[in-house]
Design a protein around this ligand. Structure first.
Ligand code: HXC
Length: 510
């Protein structure tokens, strides 16, 4: 009996070594953790339960039957993050470069299917040379099976991808389908075709880092949602993110203990808006002052900075925040910010996370590059996302809400529940100067008359009261009371039930 038990221990020890100590050392030398170390860091201590530890490949091409490693290059299983169930897989670069074989894919698919059935997030740690070259098309089929499961799981359970090494070719499409992608600076990259192919086809000379490193994907392409200094930091941030999310689309996000006064007044908010309407202020300040304990988990912090997206808690409950940022492009909506905002709103709606929208938007950014780039279609994404969302929606207009952007930014007209405005709000079709120039074109030479017309327009229309008189603004609130008012609004909406008409699915302008 003892020998049998010992056999199990021996096989486990061997499996835990992956591709062997030499390759583990080489992984460490690159500043990277191994697949198993990553699992240990990510999950609550001692909570990991492994599946398929001994599964190995079935390939006989290239004499592959001679080289088998238990687990076949991916560690899969489940565990907990702060006591809550998650499923995960972690590719082991020490085994055939973490490349994906038929059996490696089967292991990932098993985890994905269990996560969907049991309603818990899937976290994929990617560190792989791509398709297992020796297996050819069987490996491509394996990828497609993983993609298909990613697609089915979308909107059912949260899916988080962490890129901690190479992720190239078609392999990028699994993370691309998931909800969030985190990367590690200087040690991870994602691209469809690598630098060599790029050079051959387009003559461009580019390094892997420039083409698909963390900086590229968080600042330029927006493929990734955040970049971190090292494996440890990235994994700790995944833990923080998971804490904000529900386990699946039938459950609400967890309510965390909070130590902040719901009715906390912030008198500094009364003077947040500068006297000069063209002077910017930092919208972060408002978000942090109304959030529980000032904690804001920002998503896509480095991309389209004219809109802020992320999670806060109010009375311990997760709230998704979308806010124009007057510090960048005066807070205008454009192609990138519309896409960023829309994707975030849709994630929140899919997972029953209430949405708080903070508005200070002078309009859509004008220009040929915007029009040629399809700002109409991209702007429509944000409009569509807000209009279809059935979760509790609360909006606060702090200053500008002009033109179409007023409508788009979670206006009352998009089935919004609470629309508050600060007394400093300006809600109008366009700014006073532009409006007067159109309405009084014949008087344009008379500077004094025009100035008087502008002042009159400002007086009559650049305030929240015209909209409030029509019921488009539910209440004009004191800035200092924003936290209290918004908390109470969300509290009153906890029983909200709203359904869209039956459809197979919508046709959001992609
Ligand atoms: C089998 C692979 C492999 C692969 C790496 N290895 N990639 N084995 N299939 N795709 C093995 C190596 O043979 C080596 O084995 C070990 O992993 C580590 O690889 P190194 O090259 O020594 O490591 P490094 O120098 O760090 O380079 C990493 C790398 C490079 C950049 C990922 O290995 C590489 O370019 N690999 C090929 C990538 C690729 O072209 N993949 C197919 C892409 S097409 P030993 O035994 O020496 O440790 C694709 C399509 C997906 O993925 C389609 C989905 C629809």
């Amino acid at each position: 009996m003892n020998t049998i038990l010992q056999q199990l221990e021996d096989r486990r020890t061997e499996a835990r070594l992956g591709g062997g100590q030499k390759r583990i050392d080489s992984q460490h030398a690159k500043g990277k953790l191994t697949a198993r170390e990553r699992v240990e860091v990510l999950l609550d201590e001692g909570s990991f339960e492994e599946f398929d530890m001994f599964k190995s490949h079935r390939c006989t091409e290239f004499d592959m039957q001679q080289t088998k490693f238990a687990g076949d290059g991916v560690v899969t299983g489940w565990g907990t993050i702060n006591g809550r169930l998650v499923y995960l897989y972690s590719q082991d670069f020490t085994v055939f470069g973490g490349s994906l074989s038929e059996t490696h894919a089967e292991k990932i698919c098993k985890i994905q299917e269990m996560a969907m059935r049991n309603g818990a997030p899937i976290i994929g740690i990617n560190d792989s040379g791509g398709a297992r070259i020796q297996e050819g098309v069987a490996s491509l089929a394996g990828y497609a099976d993983v993609f298909q499961n990613n697609i089915l799981a979308s909107g059912v359970v949260p899916q988080i991808s962490v890129i901690m090494g190479p992720c190239a070719g078609g392999a990028v499409y699994s993370p691309a389908v998931t909800d969030f992608i985190f990367m590690v600076k200087d040690s991870s990259y994602m691209f469809v075709t690598g630098p060599d192919v790029v050079k051959t086809v387009t003559n461009e000379v580019v390094t892997a880092e420039e083409l698909g490193g963390a900086s590229t994907h968080t600042k330029k392409s927006s493929v990734a949602d955040a970049a971190f200094e090292n494996d440890m930091e990235a994994l700790m941030e995944v833990r923080r993110l998971v804490d904000f999310l529900p386990l699946n689309n039938r459950e609400k996000a967890p309510v965390r203990p909070f130590f902040d006064d719901v009715a906390r007044e912030e008198s500094s908010l009364d003077t947040l808006i500068p006297e000069n309407p063209n002077q910017p202020y930092n919208m972060h300040e408002l978000i942090e002052k109304i959030a529980d304990e000032g904690d804001f988990y920002e998503i896509q912090e480095d991309f389209a900075k004219n809109i802020l997206t992320g999670f806060i808690r109010m009375e311990g409950q997760t709230v998704g925040v979308v806010a124009n940022q007057p510090m960048v492009l005066a807070g205008c909506l454009d192609i990138d910010s519309s896409r960023k905002g829309a994707r975030f709103v849709r994630f929140c709606d899919a997972f029953e996370i209430p949405i708080l929208t903070l508005v200070d938007v002078p309009g859509f950014l004008p220009g040929t590059s915007q029009e040629y780039g399809g700002v109409i279609k991209h702007g429509a994404k944000l409009l569509f996302a807000y209009g279809e969302a059935t979760v509790p929606k609360v909006t606060v207009i702090t200053r500008k809400a002009y033109g179409g952007a007023y409508d788009v930014m979670a206006s009352k007209h998009l089935r919004n529940d609470f629309n508050y405005a600060w007394p400093t709000a300006e809600i109008a079709v366009m700014g006073a100067k532009g409006a007067v120039e159109i309405l009084y074109r014949s008087e344009l030479d008379d500077k004094e008359k025009i100035a008087a017309r502008v002042a009159d327009y400002e007086e009559r229309f650049q305030n929240p009261f015209v909209a409030a008189e029509k019921g488009f603004i539910d209440e004009v609130i004191m800035p200092r009371n924003t936290r209290k008012r918004v908390c109470r609004a969300f509290a009153s909406l906890r029983g909200k039930k709203l359904e869209n008409p039956w459809k197979k699915h919508d046709n959001i302008p992609l």
